[in-house]
Design a protein around this ligand. Structure first.
Ligand code: NAD
Length: 481
């Protein structure tokens, strides 16, 4: 798997230098990825800029190309998914789902209507509001869902008429490079360019003079650097950043039912989901039952290499993240938390950590206050639901959250008071291409998906056609008499 190539201007680029990519199930380097040079990045942005004017001018071609991209993705899942599993660690079935999700996003945006809005149509004028493309987009993605998150950017950016340079995480570059290479079959040259390299490559991109927009998904820390770097050039930014999602269980909930769904919402992708459940608030009366039910799901989960069909949870993706999860769990236990199940790294090669449920833990503990982004879930007891809500909201995070109850209306009222971009009732992680997704507070700026996400890849243009003979339409009273 060392044949990864960057695609610039529709062509594979000769490799200058490379860096190693590790398989998190073994901890070993299994492939080399191209290290993009400054000159190659310039070439990628030049190619995207050159492709922009014809791409923006043919909406029918854009829609048709997105549909053809979906076909290529569907047909290539068998080729792309093993690469994704090897570099990311997720089970092969989940890796295939990522490719299918990428196809679904292409189909959704191919069919999303974007008519101009008519705001005046009379004897004076026809005034319509259009959405125009921004130009070249720099798209930067993290390692947890390399393909899904890339296509949350690529599909709407393309429909809007932009061209892109995409940079995946240095931990997971190969599946994105392979996918863009395969899409060369249907994409005009330069419309989507893919480059790979370390974090400094991301910084070069955000500081580069060509892109007019940075669409970034990653950590809060990096998101702030991206905002700073984009500011002097007034680049548009969308920032999809970290989360610390609370799940609040109400006192009328069925512990077994909610534990099953909360476990799924917390341990999806081995907990490495921006909007996974990351802390659970449970009323005292239900606390023991919910903790035990969560622990039984965690201890039954099959952890292993993503290529093993029995595997439900893979490894943590990379060494720094593995160390972080170890550190946060150890810190909680040292502070008095009880690992009802798990609590330790697994005694095998690779970055495997036991699925962990932590009880007797409270706010003020690092694993509750910070984003763990891994297979360890703290469960916190509460007496008063308003207090639980205050604690859920009392943070810089604001990505999403959920409320669980036998009474959905009561839960919806409380969910509406969560300070976050997505509030779920009796579920968590329900997402789709039509549904806006983004964070409040430090969890982000802007949204992705749906018409709202699409408009972030556009600029508003009011197109005013005068219908008066003399063209004097200045309506501000008193300016013209
Ligand atoms: P990260 O911020 O370390 O890296 C993300 C990307 O940014 C990578 O491609 C990286 O190379 C690049 N990068 C690093 N430094 C940069 C810089 N100075 N300028 C520009 N780009 C730079 O994040 P990560 O560890 O890859 O991902 C995990 C984080 O992402 C978690 O916090 C998670 O919650 C968040 N995330 C958020 C969402 C969302 O939609 N809100 C989705 C998935 C992950």
């Amino acid at each position: 798997m060392s044949d990864a190539v960057m695609t610039i201007g529709g062509e594979p680029v000769p490799v200058a230098g490379t860096f190693g990519v590790r398989n998190p199930a073994t901890g070993e380097v299994f492939a080399e990825a191209p290290e993009c040079s400054r000159a190659q990045l310039d070439a990628a942005f030049d190619a995207a800029a050159k492709a922009f004017s014809s791409w923006r001018s043919d909406e029918a071609l854009r829609r048709q190309t997105l549909l053809r991209m979906a076909d290529v993705l569907m047909a290539s899942a068998g080729e792309i998914a093993p690469v994704l599993t090897a570099e990311q660690g997720k089970p092969l079935g989940d890796a295939s789902m990522e490719v299918f999700a990428a196809a679904l996003w292409c189909q959704y945006f191919a069919n999303l209507e974007t008519p101009p809005q008519t705001i005046q149509d009379d004897t004076d004028a026809l005034v319509q509001v259009y959405r125009r493309p921004l130009g070249v987009v720099a798209a930067i993605t993290p390692w947890n869902f390399p393909l899904t998150l890339a296509f949350w950017k690529i599909a709407p950016a393309l429909l809007a008429g932009n061209t892109l340079v995409v940079k995946p995480s240095p931990f997971t570059p190969l599946s994105t490079l392979k996918t863009v290479e395969l899409l060369g079959e249907v994409l005009p040259p330069g419309v989507v360019n893919a480059v790979s390299g370390g974090d400094e490559l991301g910084a070069w991109m955000t500081g580069h003079p060509i892109p007019r927009k940075v669409s970034f998904t990653g950590s809060i820390e990096t998101g702030k650097k991206v905002a700073l770097s984009a500011a002097p050039d007034l680049k548009r930014v969308t920032l999809e950043l970290g989360g610390n999602d609370p799940a609040i269980v109400l006192d009328d909930a069925d512990p077994a039912l909610v534990a099953r769904a909360i476990f799924a919402g917390a341990f999806n992708n081995n907990g490495q989901v921006c909007s996974a459940v990351k802390r659970v608030y449970v009323p005292e009366a239900l606390y023991g039952d919910v903790v035990d039910a969560l622990a039984s799901h965690a201890s039954a989960a099959a952890v292993g290499d993503g290529t093993d069909p029995a595997t439900k949870l893979g490894p943590i993706n990379n060494a720094p993240q593995y160390e972080r999860v170890k550190e946060l769990v150890a810190d909680a236990i040292a502070g008095g938390a009880r690992a009802v199940t798990g609590g330790h790294p697994m005694d095998r090669p690779g970055y495997f950590f036991e699925p962990t449920i932590l009880a007797d833990v409270s706010d003020g503990t690092r694993i509750v206050d910070e984003e763990q982004f891994g297979p360890a879930l703290p469960v916190i007891s509460y007496r008063d639901v308003d207090d639980a809500l205050d604690r859920a909201n009392g943070t810089h995070f604001g990505l999403s959250g959920s409320v669980w109850s036998a009474d959905p209306d009561r839960a919806a009222e409380i969910a509406g008071r969560l300070e976050c971009g997505t509030a779920w009732v009796n579920t968590h992680l329900a997402l789709g291409p039509q549904q806006p997704f983004g964070g409040c507070k430090w969890s982000g700026i802007g949204v992705e998906n749906g018409p709202w996400g699409l408009s972030e890849f556009t600029e508003v243009q009011a197109l005013y056609r005068s219908r008066t003979a003399d063209g004097l339409n200045i309506s501000t009273a008193g300016l013209v008499s």
